[in-house]
Design a protein around this ligand. Structure first.
Ligand code: UDP
Length: 367
């Protein structure tokens, strides 16, 4: 069985690592399975791409489409053109896409039009917010996917409500947590940690990159003002996404509480999260990782496609409401954060379940 795996952006790299390692392991035991990894080049710099391959020991991609940055349409179109050539030159039995980035949607369309089966890992999650580009990517991908690998019962329900055949849905758990569990003992304290006098539990970590939070300079300034006012003598560690940096360059924000740094590597970032007081974020994956690490997570969005991080996990949603942010930070500091637990099958063993299912699909003639 020949599988082509697609990855384009930071969160994709974290999801494909355990899948590739498991395919290699199963192949070594004699199974008829091989993979080809296609990097679309959606994220291409060292901080957002190369370092993840190195740290997570992902083998070199077989092909890089080098699409680079551009508008949504430019990027999607570029990936489609490149991936069509790739699949024509290297036919396969199954294309595996992960997550919800432009590469996920673009490559699933190309594969289906070439009549190749598509598997979507992290299928079925929905924010029901079409203002999020990722929601459109999820909906389009799931409209044409053949086999749906899901992280939660809610994702299964979303797919069933959309008319998906239940025999094509496989509830396998959360593959990001495979990466988290496997690497937890390797998390790395970054150099700046000691240089800034940080200690376990005396800082907050923040990541923001969604347009609704970072494109308006006035809103970003108000947000940062409110945070530094509410965190007492704690530090705010802010690995800054290139999109957010552009807006920050337009405002004059200075505070000796703020530690502004480049995006961190996976091992360094998760060291920072594991040892912090709380996280403020608008990321999808970080809502999941904080739930598993049991760290309070304040999400600056009014909806989430990962509702189990709120109902079961350590996450709360506050939209872009600065007053709610102050209130939630007060809960962090007075020790009244809610108790949380782990969603079902977020156990670090998702990749083996997926690969077994691939083998089963092949055996039963469904590829
Ligand atoms: N992450 C990282 N370094 C950082 C910020 C995030 O390694 O400086 C990791 C984080 O642990 C998570 C993933 O990147 O696994 C989330 O990526 P992002 O927020 O870009 O995407 P989303 O999850 O929102 O799709």
């Amino acid at each position: 069985m020949k599988i082509t795996i697609v990855a384009g952006a930071r969160p994709n790299f974290i999801k494909i690592a355990p899948l590739i390692h498991e395919i290699i392991r199963v192949k070594e035991t004699g199974a008829d399975i091989s993979y080809r990894l296609v990097h679309t080049g959606q994220h291409y710099n060292h901080n957002l791409s190369d370092i993840f391959f190195k740290e997570l020991e992902i083998p070199e991609p077989h092909a890089n489409l080098e699409v680079g940055s551009g508008t949504q349409a430019e990027q999607t179109a570029g990936i489609m053109i490149g991936f069509e050539k790739e699949l024509l030159q290297h036919p396969c039995d199954l294309v595996v896409v992960v997550g919800d980035v432009n590469s996920t949607m673009a490559c699933s369309i190309v594969a289906k039009k070439l009549n190749i089966k598509v598997a979507h890992v992290e299928a079925g999650i929905r924010s029901f917010d079409l203002a999020m580009p990722e929601e459109i990517n999820r909906m389009v991908t799931d409209a044409i996917t053949d086999y749906f690998f899901t992280t939660s019962a809610v994702a299964n329900q979303n797919l069933l409500k959309a008319g998906t055949n239940e025999h094509n849905i496989f509830f396998v758990g959360n593959i990001m947590i495979d990466t988290l569990r496997k690497n937890e003992s390797r998390f790395k304290r970054p150099q700046f940690f000691d240089a800034h006098g940080l200690q376990e539990g005396n800082y907050i970590v923040m990541t923001l990159h969604r347009p609704s939070n970072v494109d308006d300079p006035v809103h970003l300034k108000n947000l940062l003002d409110a945070i530094v006012e509410s965190i007492h003598d704690y530090h705010l560690v802010f690995p800054i996404h290139p999109r957010t940096q552009k807006t920050l360059d337009k405002i004059n924000f200075k505070s000796d509480r703020l530690i502004l740094i480049e995006p961190l590597s996976y091992l360094e970032f998760n060291y920072m999260v594991k040892n912090c007081k709380a996280v403020i974020t608008d990321s999808g994956g970080i809502q999941e990782e904080t739930t598993v690490l049991g760290i309070p997570c304040i999400t600056m969005r009014s909806n989430t496609e990962r509702p189990e991080t709120v109902t079961v996990g350590s996450n709360v949603l506050i939209g872009n409401n600065i007053e709610l942010l102050r209130q939630q930070l007060a809960h962090v500091f007075d020790g009244s954060w809610k108790k949380s637990s782990l969603p079902e099958l977020w156990d670090g063993a998702t990749a083996p379940r997926i690969v077994q299912q691939f083998l089963q699909l092949e055996k039963s003639g469904r590829l």
